[in-house]
Unconditional design. Structure first.
Length: 171
């Protein structure tokens, strides 16, 4: 691998809920195969579940250009997560992300003894638009990545037209 300072470092940040993580890991794997440095940022709770139920860390963690970092979702470890708490989870992640990115950019994250370059791009889950603002504060280019399938995305694009045509009972 070339000098770490010349290779882009992408921070991938999926929303910590079912259906949002696999697509981001697939993207990360492709980016790593292209030679980029990739850091996956997950909630502590999702990371524990992935370690317990999948071989993801073993499969991807053996690569020298992939690493995993965690962020607290603001809930106690034994607290049951549910769909009804998505807004609470979103707000908590928004609050905690800025400090973590600041620490990562300064090389102050506990356990970061690797000689990795600073983050050069942030790719966040499509429902976490706050990540664009956080990245902007640090001068990091960013984009939102929709982790849902193409059919779901197509439906989302068609809903306004269906409402306008009176096909859906609201509007």
């Amino acid at each position: 691998m070339a000098d770490a300072g010349t290779i882009p470092h992408v921070l991938l940040f999926p929303f910590p809920a079912q259906g949002h993580i696999n697509g981001m890991f697939n993207l990360g794997e492709l980016l790593s195969l292209a030679g980029l440095y990739v850091t996956f940022l997950n909630s502590d709770q999702i990371d524990r579940r992935l370690r317990r139920c999948t071989d993801l860390h073993a499969r991807l963690g053996s690569r020298k250009n992939i690493r995993f970092r965690t962020i607290s979702d603001g809930q106690p470890a034994d607290h049951l997560r549910s769909v009804g708490q998505i807004l609470e989870l979103h707000a908590s992640l928004k609050e905690k992300t800025k400090q973590l990115i600041r620490e990562m950019q300064a090389g102050q994250v506990e356990g970061d003894n690797e000689n990795w370059p600073r983050i050069s791009c942030l790719i966040a889950d499509g429902i976490m638009s706050f990540a664009i603002d956080v990245a902007g504060e640090f001068g990091i280019p960013s984009l939102l990545f929709r982790t849902s399938g193409a059919a779901c995305f197509w439906v989302c694009l068609c809903v306004p037209k269906l409402v306008e045509a009176g096909e859906l009972p609201f509007g």
